[in-house]
Design a protein around this ligand. Structure first.
Ligand SMILES: [Zn+2]
Length: 116
């Protein structure tokens, strides 16, 4: 494993701040998810379809956000257990530049490409 303690600490702080942002965005998103229900009796059919489409999008965004939070938690857990920076599939070191771009990445580039 090629990451120093300082690196790990920095990634951990990065992950924690990303998680805080996602949680904050989640509160706003949940309000958007409730909009359709509240307005259903007052708005016409067409605008209701618009609202439902917007709701579907915000549900999808919420779903992705929750998955990302789980990934971030898992990455923080790997930092705590000393497994951070190793590919979950093959055990090779994950390129640090990849971790800079997405600190919650759990796969090396090779394995991530295989999964797509
Ligand atoms: Zn790998």
């Amino acid at each position: 494993m090629s990451l120093s303690k300082t690196d790990l600490q920095r990634f951990k702080l990065l992950l924690l701040s990303q998680k805080a942002e996602l949680l904050k965005a989640g509160e706003t998103g949940q309000q958007a998810e409730q909009v359709v229900e509240l307005d259903q009796t007052r708005i016409g059919r067409l605008s209701r379809m618009d609202a439902m489409q917007a709701q579907a999008m915000s549900l999808e965004t919420g779903r992705r956000r929750r998955i990302h939070i789980v990934e971030i938690d898992a990455a923080i857990e790997r930092i705590n257990t000393g497994d951070y920076g190793e590919c979950y599939e093959c055990g090779e070191d994950v390129n640090p530049r990849r971790l800079e771009a997405d600190p919650s990445a759990s796969l090396c580039i090779k394995c991530a490409e295989l999964q797509e």
